[in-house]
Design a protein around this ligand. Sequence first.
Ligand SMILES: Nc1nc2c(ncn2[C@@H]2O[C@H](COP(=O)(O)OP(=O)(O)OP(=O)(O)O)[C@@H](O)[C@H]2O)c(=O)[nH]1
Ligand SMILES: [Mg+2]
Length: 609
Amino acid sequence: MEYRNDIRNVAIIAHVDHGKTTLVDALLKQSRIFRDNQRVGELIMDSGDLERERGITIMAKNTAVVYKGVTINIIDTPGHADFSGEVERVISMADGCLLLVDSVEGPMPQTRFVLRKALERGLKPILVINKTDRENARVPEVLAATQDVFLELATSAEQLDFPVVYASGKEGVATTDPTTPGTDISPIFEAILATVPPPRVESGPFQMLVSNLDYDSHKGQIAIGRIWRGEIRRHDSVVRVNADGSVVPYEIAEVFTYLGLRRVETEQASAGDIVAITGVQGVSIGDTIASPEKPEALPRIEVGEPTVEMTFGVNTSPFAGREGRFSTTRQLRERLYRELETNLSLRVSDTAGTDSFLVKGRGELHLAILIETMRREGYEFEVSRPKAIVKTVDGRLQEPMELLTLDTTDESIGVLTDMLAKRQAQLADMRNMGEGKVRLEYRIPTKGLFGFRSAFLTVTRGEGVMNTNFIGYEDWHGDLPSNRAGVLVSSETGAAVTYGLNNAQGRGLTLVEPNTPVYEGMIVGLTQRPQDIAINVCKEKKKTNVRASVSDFTIHLTPALVLSLEQSIDFINDDELVEVTPQNVRLRKKILTETMRLRARAPTHRMES
Ligand SMILES: Nc1nc2c(ncn2[C@@H]2O[C@H](COP(=O)(O)OP(=O)(O)OP(=O)(O)O)[C@@H](O)[C@H]2O)c(=O)[nH]1
Ligand SMILES: [Mg+2]
């Protein structure tokens, strides 16, 4: 067997926020692939709009640097558990990984998840204790705790023999000796060269697994992946091997490899290279592209099952068709099914109702990001309340469970314990993290998590950090009563006015500002009462001939409460919907008129025969 010493393929994996993308910045900047005067900024790989706005990585991406004549292909992955499918999607391109662990937080549930995936795949790990510049870094404890995780997950003694690098991605320094501060990031490069095995080269007819897709308006679809066997040149004839073994022929247009943030056209690429190729259309992630001489499919990429579902439907609100560019069933359907080509842990299916689709994902954030992306593309539609995906195993109803990790302060424990008991959570672990900080771990049904995030942030005044990880299915824990109070529902269609909103504020908090167009059945506020209240927020003060008293002129409205898209999705009940358009996110009752709602609620009369 031959090896290519001019290449290393390495994935960067970690729990959310442990500094993966920042470390990639340092690797890119210090490998001198940018011109000296080029401004490159921060979190360079987080190039998506939503990634920049939220400061999180959503999609795995690759880049490459050259160090001592060796091309190092670097794959940055997301750390948020909802995007675990991305890690599973790209990890097969690598032969080794950098496992980052925050020197204060230590190993977290997602650290364990991604390390398990990497070890199962046989990746050679390098442990990076990161953010060592942090004030209360606990390097020795974090190292010991991470070693325990390795002990638990390693499948061979060899996997326990990993190098450790201490780094601050932010300061761009690393060292292998914790007592000697680093001066640059080169110890990471050196560890990669020494530890990550060079790719094995299999000679024979071309074969590559598509791990990512891109699109170029001139070149069409771009398939990205690692070549496993043989080589490829432009104008080569290839076939796409489908899941059923059938093949579709293509001619390769161009072949690119990576350098920094650019794709560089190349004459020829071979086994071990990560390439982007054009000329193949209609490809999905997981497809194999191979030489027609030997059209064998590589094992498809397996990703974890979705746990949360919601329906996406055509917008049925009275304002439908006003704000979106794409609003028909056909457009919605086409867009959702297209998403499946790249979003591997997503599932879409038709429903009995012809105007809506069932969409399943790995968590609320996974689905919320899809909704936000679609609305920015100009789609308008409505979505239902998320539900945990239940299944029947051996005749027993089962539901998904999560490990919930909360980092908070001592004072919040009491309130959180009460809140979580109502959501069927069980305390699994409680650790004192020093200085009044605690880490709580709960086992909780996925359904119990809906609406919890915003409640948790309120309780901890935005200071708490919460993480969830899917741990498996368990027997159904019983129904959960809705713990939300009623809402204020507009009884009219028109524009909300100060007078009407002021009345509404007598009953609760309002969600709309004066002059906002509202419709009958739209949710315009929240109450403390258990029941919904229909209210006319368009109501003007009666005009009288009598001069108004001074107080009438000076109505001071409390500013409307603005719910984000995720909060809106979290907030609604089963009889409600979120209407999403490029300009607005509105909440509404499914049934718009109060009479019809009351009729639907009333016990149905049995027909006497
Ligand atoms: N003190 C300190 N902060 C860091 C360091 N590296 C990253 N950060 C900060 O940690 C936060 C998260 O950094 P990212 O690089 O986006 O983390 P990530 O692991 O890529 O996050 P996800 O991709 O969303 O999982 C940012 O606010 C960074 O500025 C470091 O070495 N030291
Ligand atoms: Mg990142």
